[in-house]
Design a protein around this ligand. Sequence first.
Ligand SMILES: *Cc1c(COP(=O)(O)O)cnc(C)c1O
Length: 360
Amino acid sequence: MTEYENLGKLNAPFFEEYKKSFADTLDSGWYILGNKVKNFEEEFARYNGAPFCLGVASGLDALILALKAFGFPPNSEVIVPSNTYIATILAILHAGLKPVLVEPDIHTYNIDPSKIEEQITPRTVALMVVHLYGKACEMGQIMEIKRKHNLVLIEDAAQSHGAKWRGQPTGTFGEYGAFSFYPTKNLGALGDGGALLMKTGELYNKIKRLRNYGSDVKYYNEVVGYNSRLDEVQAGFLSIKLKRLDEINDHKRALAVLYLQGLKDDFIKPVVSPDFYDVYHIFNIRHPKRDKLKEYLFQNGIKTEIHYPVSPNKQNAMKGIIEGEYPISEEIHATTLSLPVSFFHTPDDIHKVIEVMNRF
Ligand SMILES: *Cc1c(COP(=O)(O)O)cnc(C)c1O
């Protein structure tokens, strides 16, 4: 059986170091907002070439706090891709704002920049772009729209640790770049975690307060804050894994090359272009008989996943919230299939998948 993912195998190379780090935190007696979080924040900022970083409790919280930092009037509009993972849309709703969905490009699966401007109204305050599957968005056009309309830009980089557009890391283009360290992500912890990158001390201070009860000085509360902190144990693990994030990304990129070269052209493969450094959080193909293909692969000992089976506009939770037609998003959701591409997979695993797929 070729597994789609196995978090035990994925993390096995780090176990010895993780155990030392955990013992260290256990002995220290300091479990919330200590040196491990501080060190990881510095390391993650440096890795991305960002001036500042703050750890938070999850990727969803990172997105919510980023929006909250601006104090936008209620029901202000935020532009978001129609095929994102639901968390991006939930963040907008939890911040008391209105999601305005823009269709993705059918080739890149990222927001189609040529369709953004027609959705901008006087109530639009922010663009929330998502670097889906580990591919950066077309940032040139997005930065131009941001400047022209004077909008805040928040990047959902939950799937794109280390991905770049023209050499610049995702998460460093906008006011805030939001990351998730959910265990399956390219930089995954052993529990929940998240972070924000930011450019200025002002943007940094806002999040620092918001994540910790709105407080700068213990027991003095300046704003209506939250409890959303990365913990010391996870931060310790993340520092260890961050040192090998490039190796993880290189490994996934090498497996992706095997798929790109080996799979027959019946499968629509991810596009590759020199401007984009893709890290393949997910390696997806598209096929009109996706469900049959998934079943066929399972019968042949290969597990796959679907990211995602239901378009956000078709989710029960979005009834009465999202209106309109999103045919491109629905087409992607109906045809996409995610193939095994984990850090623990070997080239032989991938060759086997390719061989079975090419007989479909
Ligand atoms: C994983 C993910 C999130 C949410 O991250 P959590 O840490 O699970 O809260 C947000 N957006 C995208 C695109 C994601 O893939």
